[in-house]
Design a protein around this ligand. Sequence first.
Ligand code: ACO
Length: 433
Amino acid sequence: MSKKPKPKVTLHIDDKHFDLPVRQGTEGEMGLDITRLRERTSLVTYDNGYGNTGSCESQVTYIHGENSILRYRGYPIEQLAEHSDFVETAYLVIYGDLPTATQRAQFSALLTENAAIHERMVYLFESYPRDAHPMSLLSAMVNALACYYPHLATNNIDRDMVNINEAAASLISKVRTITAMAYRMSRGLPIIYPKRSLKYCENFLHMMFSEPYDLYKCEPEVARALNLILLLHADHEQNCSTATVRMVASSGANLFASAAAGVCALWGPFHGGANQAVIEMLQAIHDSGDDGTHYIAEAKDGDRRLMGFGHRIYKNYDPRAKIIGRACEQLLNKLGLDDPLLQIAHKLEQAALNDEYFIERKLYPNVDFYSGIMMRAIGIPLNMFTVMFAIGRMPGWVANWREVASGKPRIYRPRQIYVGHTQRDYVPVEKRG
Ligand code: ACO
């Protein structure tokens, strides 16, 4: 616990003074508590993009963007990446502590129990166009879980909390089945059902790549790489999609509806969609014969963004990018793959890190810069990269949903500064023009 004294903050408005309380986090972060600001002063705050707004208190994840620190429940991401796996980390993120051996086994069993999806959901897949974007499908299917498992999604917070363990395991386990099914059906391939004997990542790869007549042989390096990708995405405090999940949860909506909204928020190219955009960028650079010089020049002119670079919070290296960059290299070496996009990514990174434009703006590679190259090596198709991010992020969304649900939620309802017309009178259509 930090011993920094809390500052005394007074707001002066004309000749009036208002003392504002300060809230202090366990890592010494401080936030002005403006809960009663409007009531006392009739002012609201304005914070475009919420860059200075703490929307909640949370115990899940701590980030210090200037010092490249990311911790889940207090544990440094580097230690988890080295020693843990996705399922254990999911437990940690959701329940707050690393599981004992018994808790770990029970959690795994619950995931296994809940891996299959209701058989009638297959008809939903069938009604979608074959080339539907898997993120669109994923959000629809996650929301549809509320219809097929209504006892887990009553929209009564107290009742939903009674069943949260089953709902959480269902979401984390079924999302993997849904993803693999979407992939198989988009290719006209027979559905492969989950196997009870397989671990989480191995089971996903089995459902993706096995054939009825030929079982997929999972290399341990590939399972390890997938575990790492998912684990590194497990939570990231109040980003766009998690804030969306909390927003929806604050209305009393069930876990599946809240997570479906999170999937939609994640889809955009400035957020989770960046991992797909990075590969598209690298491929375009490769195809054009550019070594990245032109692309960087265009990014500096403001015509494009260097995808996989920059972050709202990290003004230093994203610690996840460091881990994933190294792991990507190791995986490609182990699999004997030589991906030309990796060479281009290295060149771009070096060029950007030494360029005044990127240095001044503190733009560094983020988690998406190398994750796509790793997913390509595993065999995940490009349009599913953001879906993989979503699978990884489910524990974080569950943990945040739980925090909202267990804390007597106050509905999230920001204010605005209205800048539209002042009152005017209705004009009949014949008099307009
Ligand atoms: N390439 C080139 N310039 C950039 C980039 C980039 N990737 N990112 C930011 N900048 C520039 C902006 O043009 C701006 O320059 P200016 O001050 O001259 O106008 C300055 O850096 C600050 O940028 P903002 O947009 O204010 O930064 P913000 O915090 O709002 O955005 C974001 C963060 C969205 C991640 C941004 O850096 C970006 O678009 N990056 C590329 C997309 C990406 O990789 N997204 C994934 C983020 S990680 C995740 O969500 C998992």
